[in-house]
Design a protein around this ligand. Structure first.
Ligand code: ATP
Length: 323
């Protein structure tokens, strides 16, 4: 039996007649950073809650460090829930110290660790500021620091980047890398593909409760292969024009003048074959660029355009949660 930090085997969760997580299996091996991706409502948070034993699965099995999720192995985990919440009257330092103490650290070590974390993440000057007086992003950072203060072996972070401005997103990326370098295994959910692209050893992608991808970034890119990006004047349906000719074509999420499309290239095809077909179809081309796939394109192709449209961009990640 595996004693990996986390393994889910054929896990299913239903709410009434609705199946939120459907026959999901994956493993988080020690030492990896894994991105848990999927559009809104895909079942990510439900899966993470089951992983911690917050709610039981209707079918299948969850193992944390090779055992059922219970107090002994939960002490080795740091969990950042999607719903944020801290004691508003406590100051930043006491908050982190409090959570570290709950996970078994001594008062002295917890306080020293709180100071060290606040200092390295730019919050040193706000050590004694009450949570209620901090900005939303700062309070979220305090919550993240509270999650990892006890140096857990395994960090589970549900949408940790959501609500942080680009500077603080970078601080969090650095923090995740530092935790990983210290030896922690990390599983985090996100809507922002670029974070996953920069940080992850592996990606697990969900759509409508089912796993649609489980592999390295290279495996993810290989699902699309090479492609060409084509920008057209708005209003031309390139998928309808090229589909019958055997090309796989998707709208991309790129913003900008015109409408961007991606044409996947089959083995043996070159970008010029795509360009020739596009021109023969009479498409109003305003831009053309041969390129390799990106995780955003993989996401769109596996999850579907409509659901992928809800993706956040890193700069556009907006605070939704209350802290
Ligand atoms: N306690 C619950 N009772 C009923 N339905 C629920 C409950 N929790 C989740 N759901 C439903 O299950 C589905 C999956 O929700 P979940 O929160 O796991 O998705 P998610 O992938 O985390 O989405 P998001 O990125 O929007 O947080 C959604 O349709 C949600 O409405």
């Amino acid at each position: 039996m595996s004693d990996a930090p986390l393994s889910l085997t054929h896990v299913t969760k239903r709410f009434g007649g609705f199946t939120a997580v459907n026959d999901l299996s994956f493993e988080v091996p020690a030492g990896q950073i894994i991105g848990f991706l999927g559009p809104n409502g895909a079942g990510k948070s439900t899966s993470l809650r089951m992983s911690l034993g917050v709610m039981p699965p209707d079918a299948g099995e969850v193992r944390l460090f090779g055992a059922a999720p219970e107090l002994k192995n939960l002490k080795r985990v740091g969990f950042l829930p999607e719903e944020r919440g801290l004691y508003k009257k406590m100051n930043a330092r006491d908050t982190i110290t409090y959570f570290a103490r709950l996970k078994g650290m001594s008062a002295h070590d917890a306080r020293a660790r709180a100071d060290e974390l606040l200092e390295t993440t730019g919050l040193g000057a706000f050590r004694t500021t009450r949570i209620s007086k901090l900005s939303k992003g700062m309070a979220q950072k305090v919550q993240i620091l509270s999650t990892l203060a006890h140096r857990p072996d395994f960090l589970i972070l549900d949408e940790p980047f959501s609500g942080l401005d680009p500077m603080n997103q970078q601080t969090l990326e650095d923090l995740i890398k530092a935790e990983h370098a210290r030896g922690a295994t990390i599983l985090f959910s996100t809507h922002v593909m670029e974070h996953a692209e920069r940080l992850c050893d592996r990606i697990v992608m969900l759509a409508r409760g089912r796993k649609v991808l489980d592999g390295t970034l290279e495996d993810a890119y290989a699902t699309l292969g090479r492609g060409a990006r084509i920008t057209l004047e708005p209003g031309f349906d390139l998928a309808a024009a090229l589909g019958p000719k055997g090309f796989e074509v998707h709208r991309t999420l790129d913003k900008g003048p015109g409408e961007a499309w991606r044409v996947s290239l089959a083995p043996g095809q070159g970008p010029q074959d795509a360009l020739r077909a596009v021109l023969e179809a009479g498409a109003p081309v305003i831009g053309f660029q041969p390129e390799e796939a990106r995780l955003r394109d993989v996401f769109v192709s596996l999850v579907g355009e409509a659901e992928a449209a809800a993706l956040e961009s890193p700069a556009g990640a907006v605070a939704e949660e209350t802290v």
